[in-house]
Design a protein around this ligand. Structure first.
Ligand SMILES: [Zn+2]
Length: 380
């Protein structure tokens, strides 16, 4: 084991401290919450000379802030922002015992996203230990709570700041620099009919039949319309009718039918523009619907200008010519909405996230740490 790099040794310790998002285990389960992992990281950060603070988000859950401050005035800020929570565990907690198998480290969070936590903390502590502090640049490790459920940590930080010149959000991107992802709007649509006896359907109005026309219009006309719209990194937006519920029994003309719709958005599209489009498609099809509120909130799309000097510096440090887009949502969009341009970067592959045998390649972890260290050293 002594052959493991500093970031791999740190990752092994982080995996052994469970931090399952409370949404995925019964209330009060001792394996939930980010506090234990945050305490452990706070100790490491203090030892390295970083300034440590907590930013309370909700009862018992706080973002961890560990800062390397410049000697003089702060002119620019960078956030290294991975999340501290993980998804749930398979039976028997096997993923809480980190295991090195060939060139892989296995355990819950290895790839999503304790690998990024380890890489970012190791790179920042190395810079602090070198005694070199980039001029006017404050570099903050921001350990966020609750990414895997409601992104409470990043939403809270976006509101209360301080905003920065760039956030590098830690997710397993295979060391690509991600500058764009789609957003997501969930809608609930309802048709209203008039109930009648099943033997005299002409006396009623069938809400399921009305909804059949809505589904058809969304899945054909609207879907085709969306396919014609494309983004260079993200392709086309999409629409999916995910559930349908209507009527009660065969001999009653149904009075009501409800569908839920998942609409993946491109940068610039909002819940309001999506509703407007759907309304006009359905108007053309001759059916009217009510929009009801799912109270899930829309996840905005992410689009950060790849030409920004700090993004370019990260691309150079990682040997990439250009940034890429991904299909998943993370803390980058809420931070970006709060006024901090954000990209996503980290070791590991999202394909291993949330799996029963989650692992990260140690090679990717070490290369990710080296890239981040090179990027931080280049900030002078
Ligand atoms: Zn993640």
């Amino acid at each position: 084991m002594s052959r493991l790099s500093p970031s791999a040794r740190l990752l092994r310790e982080l995996i052994a401290i469970p931090s399952v998002n409370p949404a995925f285990l019964p209330p009060g389960d001792p394996r939930t919450g980010e506090a234990a992992v945050a305490d452990f990281l706070a100790g490491i950060a203090r030892k390295a000379g970083l300034e440590v603070q907590r930013q309370p988000v909700v009862e018992g859950r706080a973002n961890l802030i560990a800062r390397l401050t410049p000697a003089g005035r702060v002119r620019r800020r960078i956030l290294l922002a991975p999340h501290l929570d993980t998804v749930g565990l398979p039976a028997l907690d096997t993923l809480l015992t980190p295991r090195v198998i060939r060139n892989r480290l296995q355990g819950r969070g290895a790839c999503d996203t304790k690998g990024c936590v380890a890489a970012m903390m190791t790179a920042l502590c190395a810079l602090a230990g070198s005694g070199k502090r980039p001029q006017g640049m404050e570099i903050t490790f921001l350990g966020l709570v609750d990414e895997e459920h409601g992104q409470l940590g990043s939403r809270h930080y976006a509101r209360h700041g301080p905003a920065a010149d760039l956030a590098i959000v830690g997710e397993p991107t295979r060391l690509e620099v991600v500058s764009a992802h789609k957003g997501d709007v969930w809608l609930e649509l309802r048709t209203r009919g008039r109930s009648a006896h099943g033997a005299t359907p002409h006396l009623g109005r069938n809400a399921v039949h009305l909804m059949a026309r809505v589904v058809e219009a969304l899945e054909t006309t609207y879907a085709a319309q969306l396919k014609r719209r494309t983004h260079p990194l993200l392709g086309s937006p999409t629409v999916n009718v995910g559930s349908i519920r209507g009527g009660t029994q065969p001999n009653i003309v149904p009075e009501e039918c409800v569908i839920t719709v998942d609409r993946r958005t491109l940068p610039g599209e909002t819940e309001a523009t999506v509703r407007r489009e759907i309304r006009s498609v359905l108007e053309a099809a001759g059916v009217a619907v009510q929009f009801t509120n799912l109270r899930l909130g829309a996840c905005p799309a992410l689009e950060t200008d790849p030409a920004q000097p700090l993004v370019q510096a990260l691309c150079r440090a990682s040997g990439r010519r250009r940034t890429v887009g991904v299909h998943y949502f993370c803390d980058a969009a809420p931070l970006s909405e709060g006024g901090t341009p954000a990209v996503v970067f980290g070791p590991g592959d999202i394909a291993q996230a949330h799996t029963r045998d989650e692992w990260i390649s140690l090679d990717s972890l070490d290369r990710g740490t080296a890239i981040l260290a090179r990027f931080l050293r280049s900030l002078d």
